[in-house]
Design a protein around this ligand. Sequence first.
Ligand code: PLP
Length: 632
Amino acid sequence: MKNDRSWTEIDLTNFKNNIKELKKFFHPQAEFMQIVKADAYGHGAFQIAKKAIECGAISLGVANVQEGLLLRYQGIKITIVILSPSLENEIEQILENDLIPTISTLDFAVKLNKKGKCKIHINIDTGMGRSGFYYEKALENIKKIKNLENLEIDGIFSHYSSAEEDPEFTKLQSDRFEEILSKLDVMPKYIHISNSSGVITFPNKYANLVRLGLLSYGIYSNKDMKNKVILKPVMTFKSRITQIKYAKKNDSIGYNRTFIAPENMKYAILPVGYADGYDFLLSNKGKVIIKNLVCNIVGKVSMDMIAVDVTKVAETKVGNEVILLGDSNENITVENLTLLYGGLSYELLSQIGRRAKRYYKENGKIIDSSPLLRREFMPKDLSDNKLGNIIETAIEQRLQSKEIANLVHEDILKRLFAEKDKDIHYRRNFKHSIKFEESTKSPFGRGNERGFADNFYLTSTTLSFTKKLQNDYFYVACAKTESDLEKYFLRNDVEYRWLLDNSINLKEMFFTVTSVKVNNIELYNEMKIADGCIEIKCYHPNLKSLVGKEVDFSISTKTYYPKSSHQLSVYIIEMTQGVNISFESELKNVEAVPIFSGKSKFPKILKSKNKISISTDKDEWVFPTSGVVFVY
Ligand SMILES: *Cc1c(COP(=O)(O)O)cnc(C)c1O
């Protein structure tokens, strides 16, 4: 938060408390569906969904297929009902992702029935005048839907238009609904009509499911509601001062000069505007809290900035925290802010935080945050959820920041699934063994030049793996600096890379390939030393016929490693399935520090007298940028 220009704090403890309070009004048999449409009224659908499930929600309500898909892709498994009518072209995604559409027309039901088996909820318009079958036509349509063999009626529902303020009409809607239900020969599993206000104002016996929205977010739909139930707002919207300004009497502030300073004044510029969801209609009306004092918005709300009068606030500084919305003060509750301009709580909440990051709080502590950039992303293929989860933990682990991790995760998925033509290279059965020995002989032969043998371990390495052969040749490369070596990471014709100690002269005796095999064909190799790097080309005429096939590589080298280094790193730079990396030496106290991004963050470490090895299961995927550091 320290680095944020504006942010929202989502108090999950308050949310949990609200659910608890609302449950007191439930009919004993009633379950609840958490409404998380519009990104859970701006609170973040995924986090709210998780918490609601913890609180006992048996299903989630979303507005459209996209919202449902996103939750599925984030790993939510429970029932998801799409509350608005769906389009024909969304049917496939509905079926593939196990979402429940609501049926509001016979035409859609027939189309859905043709595509496959599907659970549905039927929507009846008992007076809302929006989507759904008009109540007088409901029964005949339900009958027809019952005859569609692929559709299973899991629920029938209706929606109140004015549960918070009009008991008479609410009762009329409820009666109409009940009458229809009484004429059904078979009751579907779920009957529901109440939104969160209805739960408080019109508890009914025949329904066994309620749909909780606004009130669960701690916002009262009506003043009277306050006397009936005690709720706590879940969202707080905050920002900070980016500039302090002084206006002389009669100076104007903001677009179109709607505010003229009545006196000399001090004001603050905040980096929040209507593009952040701070409503334009709060121009010259809104209030914010700075250092516990109420300050007025002066001038028009701009796209990205507002000005507030801080004349009476002592010692204001750039960076001071500002509360724009929340319950710390009566003036800035959602209910009262919307009252200032005749706005709607639902609207204000769902538009807040388009730019602001969300921080999730539990028991006063921040436990999580959601991405900075709320890009919309939908992978075409969600079938491999497992892979998604692996990637997510992998990246999270690597980046230590969930928020960045999520962004990178999205990018990776996009690359994996959205761009299908991309060829992904991966290795299987990855085995890398490294062995240190005292080098009794100097590579220089007699004379033991500069005491070389005393300072370096003779190092033998063998790398083997299975991979698709891409060309009839490949390279083994060796460089003295990380940046030189890095360029070999980007080349896909290089299969082995080694970082040579900087103090060693690049001569062939310091790095030699002792054997390179592909499927047991011993390859020829040709060394080239240039620009601080050694490149060894490995090739064989028989490789041509193997190009495009999976082959077994085996590459063995001999080199020298400085004793003074005290550590040796092995990196994995391609998607790899099944890893075994071992280090053998006479040294005592060797430790292995794996930095792994894979399904399990901690691979197996096996120690024996001379050898320490790191391994995963044979079919476990390990992601690029994993590695292990042996410390000696
Ligand atoms: C949005 C919505 C709700 C939730 O209403 P609240 O007033 O926020 O509790 C319930 N049912 C349906 C069909 C909705 O679209």
